[in-house]
Design a protein around this ligand. Structure first.
Ligand code: FPP
Length: 281
């Protein structure tokens, strides 16, 4: 753990990839192996309501505070050259919330896309939205399309916002897309994993290596069900609005401690034999 005597607010000024850092961030950064970062980080941003409740504020104040954590996470991952970051902003189940909260979340997202466009452009970020976007209010659909168009030429990190997203809905949508492609064609009745992957909203993206969930709940909440098959899961008690750059660096460090086996045996474990079968067979 970080020495308590260390001044957390001390700023380390430099031409560092992350810009000016606190002493705590610099301490964590030193331990990070930049050659072993996850290619794709996915985040369940939970705990906005509880953060607000603790401060006797309305829930929407927690959502607004959460946009700051989104900004920090997006900018840091882009600077670390993570290939893809997926943020779970609104699930298909979130329609069960009070209308006023839903309206606020939609307005907040639109405001965010407008306000953060310079940050996205500066960091060469390309935007993508995962979910049943055609079911969203027309204004949100317009802004979503606009954000994708404006950033389409960027070659850096892909920022995916899961919006009106459900993992089961995504698999159902992929299956229906495959069926409609097949209509009238006498193709094989067997669907392969590769074919299904190609029809998911995440087509072309690597599967998440790291799934972060804030605020302590041990669930995956219908998020990227297919894609997180081998993701390392990091759950922190930190509420999303308190999730800052140091907490993100801690999650990345924890990821680097994990041994990824994909159902095989550990790399250090002796075996003279070749694998009995190729993976997935
Ligand atoms: C979960 O907290 C959070 C959400 C449902 C919304 C997440 C949205 C944002 C952080 C807004 C901005 C998003 C982007 C991509 C800019 P909760 O309300 O379920 O919290 P609780 O479990 O404590 O009630």
């Amino acid at each position: 753990m970080l020495n308590n005597k260390l001044n957390k607010n001390l700023r380390v000024a430099s031409s560092h990839p992350l810009g000016a850092m606190t002493a705590e961030e610099a301490y964590l950064w030193e331990k990070l192996d930049l050659t072993r970062l996850p290619r794709h980080v996915a985040v369940i941003m939970d705990g906005n309501g509880r953060w607000a409740q603790k401060r006797h504020l309305p829930r929407i104040a927690g959502h607004r505070a959460g946009t700051q954590s989104a900004r920090i996470t997006i900018e840091t991952c882009a600077r670390l050259k993570v290939e893809a970051l997926t943020l779970y902003a609104f699930s298909v189940e979130n329609w069960r919330r009070p209308k006023s909260e839903i309206d606020f979340l939609m307005a907040l997202l639109r405001e965010y896309l407008r306000k953060e466009m310079p940050l996205l452009q500066k960091n060469n970020i390309r935007m993508r939205f995962l979910g049943r976007i055609d079911e969203l209010p027309a204004g949100v659909q317009n802004d979503v399309r606009d954000a994708m168009e404006k950033t389409a030429g960027n070659k850096g990190m892909e920022l995916c916002v899961a919006l009106n997203y459900g993992g089961r809905a995504e698999i159902v949508d992929a299956m229906n897309a495959i069926l409609s492609e097949r209509n009238g064609h006498g193709t094989s009745p067997k669907i392969t994993e590769e074919q299904l992957s190609r029809h998911l909203y995440t087509e072309g993206l690597p599967d998440p290596d790291l799934l972060i969930r804030t605020s302590g709940e041990m669930r995956v909440s219908n998020f990227l069900l297919w894609q997180i098959a081998y993701a390392e899961i990091f759950v922190t008690e930190t509420l999303w609005p308190d999730f800052n750059r140091a907490r993100l660096l801690e999650a990345l460090l924890e990821y680097q401690k994990r041994e990824r086996r994909y159902g095989g045996i550990g790399e250090g474990e002796p075996s003279d034999e070749k694998p009995a079968r190729a993976a997935g067979h």
